[in-house]
Design a protein. Structure first.
Length: 244
C-alpha cells in the first residue's frame, strides 16, 4: 500500500521503518508545519497513520474524511472530543491509545484478572506506569484505558484518582500513578494487593516497534472500510483468524 504519515517524531519515524519492513511505500510525510489539505499532497496515499499533538487531531480527522482517506489515529489526549466523530461525513477511522498487539492482549488479561479478583474483598487494586521524560501526557492514554477496564469490572471502585495522594485515599478510588524519567519507552503495571500477598501484571515495551507495527497492521486492516473503529474491531478479526 501507499501510506501517509502525520507527525514525524520518534513514533512517526518508527512507523516509517515498520511500514517499509512490511513492504509498503511511504507516499507522503507531514511534520508539525506541513499541511495535508489536498489529494495531491497525499500523493495517492491509501491510508494515513497519525501520531500528532492532541490539538491537531480533530481537524486532521475531518480533512482525512473530506479527502476520502482512512486514518489510523494513535494520538492520545483528545478523547474528550470523541462525540464529534459521528458528525463527520464519510469518516473512516480506527483509533486507540495504544496500537501495540501486546498491550491489547495485556488489557484483556487485566479485564479477566479484575473479574476474577473483584469478589475477593481482601484485595485492593492500582495502576502505575513509567514513560520517558518527553512524553506529553500523564497519565498515559493506555493507563487511563486500563483504569477504565478496572472500574468497569471492580464493583468496589467508583472513580479513578490521578493525582498524588497527600492523605488517606478514598477506598472507592482507583489510584493511577505515573513516573516520567529518562528514555523509558513504556511500562504499565496492574497490582492486586492484600495483607497476605500481591499479584502483579506488567507490560514492558522494549521500544516503539510494537506500537508502530501495530499501527501499520491497523492501516492494512482499515483500507477499504468506512466507519468508526477501535482496536477491539481490528483485534477481534485478527484473533479469529488465529483461532484463539
Amino acid at each position: 500500500m501507499k501510506l501517509a504519515i502525520l507527525g514525524y517524531g520518534r513514533m512517526g519515524q518508527e512507523v516509517e521503518r515498520q511500514a517499509r519492513a512490511r513492504g509498503h511505500d511511504i507516499s507522503a510525510i507531514f511534520d508539525v508545519h506541513d499541511n495535508f489539505c489536498s489529494r495531491s499532497n497525499l500523493r495517492d496515499a491509501q491510508v494515513i497513520i497519525s501520531f500528532v499533538v492532541a490539538d491537531a487531531v480533530l481537524a486532521n480527522i475531518k480533512t482525512a474524511a473530506q479527502l476520502g482517506v482512512p486514518i489510523v489515529e494513535g494520538t492520545t489526549g483528545w478523547y474528550d472530543q470523541l462525540a464529534h466523530l459521528r458528525q463527520i461525513d464519510k469518516i473512516s477511522i480506527i483509533y486507540s491509545p495504544n496500537f501495540s498487539i501486546g498491550v491489547y492482549l495485556f488489557s484483556k488479561l487485566t479485564e479477566y484478572a479484575a473479574r476474577l479478583m473483584a469478589p475477593m474483598s481482601e484485595y485492593d487494586c492500582y495502576v502505575h506506569e513509567f514513560h520517558h521524560a518527553g512524553k506529553a501526557d500523564s497519565p498515559s492514554g493506555t493507563a487511563k484505558n486500563l483504569a477504565r477496564i478496572l472500574l468497569e469490572n471492580w464493583p468496589g471502585k467508583e472513580k479513578a484518582f490521578y493525582e498524588t495522594c497527600h492523605g488517606v485515599i478514598d477506598p472507592h478510588a482507583l489510584h493511577v500513578t505515573s513516573t516520567r524519567v529518562g528514555r523509558m519507552p513504556g511500562m504499565h503495571a496492574i497490582g492486586f494487593d492484600s495483607e497476605a500477598d500481591e499479584i502483579l501484571l506488567e507490560h514492558r515495551a522494549h521500544g516503539r516497534t510494537g506500537f508502530a507495527s501495530g499501527a501499520v497492521r491497523a492501516a492494512e486492516w482499515i483500507a477499504g472500510k468506512s466507519g468508526i473503529f477501535t482496536m477491539d474491531d481490528f483485534m477481534n478479526e485478527v484473533l479469529s483468524q488465529q483461532h484463539v
